[in-house]
Design a protein around this ligand. Sequence first.
Ligand SMILES: C[S@@+](CC[C@H](N)C(=O)[O-])C[C@H]1O[C@@H](n2cnc3c(N)ncnc32)[C@H](O)[C@@H]1O
Length: 282
Amino acid sequence: MTNIKVSPSGQSKGFVSNTKKFSIAFRNIFRRFFDYKSDVLMGYEYRPHYALCLLLAAEGAKKIGVKSLKVFEIGCAGGSGLIDLQYLTKQVQSYTGINFEIHGFDYGIGMPPSDDVRDCLYLWQEGEYPMDIDKLKAKLLSSTQLHIGDVANTLNSACSMSESPIGVIFFDVDYYTSTKSALDILSLLPSKALLPRTISYFDDFLFTSDYSGELLAINEFNQISCDRKISRIPHLSSYLSLKWQNWIYLGEKIFYMHSFNHNQYSIMDIDADKVKGRLDLT
Ligand SMILES: C[S@@+](CC[C@H](N)C(=O)[O-])C[C@H]1O[C@@H](n2cnc3c(N)ncnc32)[C@H](O)[C@@H]1O
């Protein structure tokens, strides 16, 4: 048994106003009167972009009869994202019934050395974002796995640690080379290791280019992989911004990793009617 309190990270709490903190707490206490997904869409959650990714994946999993998903955060720095994931997966589990296994991947001693111009070294440098591994471990549930080392060496074995497919991947390793290392491994996984459309969140486009950073790694992944493609979800950010304006920016970071050869790829979405709208004459 663990007595770790599952709550949002101090970093995320610092991001929101006291008014919003109060609203989130109020809605959590009276949860049965407030729909959780509507709250996330209106921004009433800590790290709402992480919450939405988990919700989208859980809905996708339910549709095809999957009960448990892996969630990866690739690049953890101090570990605030992992702490938030422990809290958010509990929220999404209560709402959807889907269970999550959390895996965090980090170099452990800050950004690795690089002399590759495609890593946008004008934005990031060696040693930035070091992790206090012991301090973080003391805050992790025993079910949260921390994989320390170059993601090129740690990702593959984590992918096969259980039968649960990977539902969400938060990419936050900043460099082109690190993102590419992860994507090279993901491109070779059997489709059953993923959802038909695995939610893929990329954090680091700002001030990079199509020829460097995460965008270059995505473009190269799409060039070498025939049946697996990473794509923007057209209109997602503008569509979501009808509920909360911050989605204009946050929604741009959420992609699908399509596995077109997944044997459940074409199973009808339970919510498809809501998206398409009904066309019958009334
Ligand atoms: C911006 S920080 C992550 C922030 C974190 N996701 C959060 O929200 O708090 C980037 C992290 O990527 C890690 N990283 C970069 N390249 C890596 C690699 N090749 N393997 C493992 N970790 C790497 C660094 O150690 C650093 O901690």
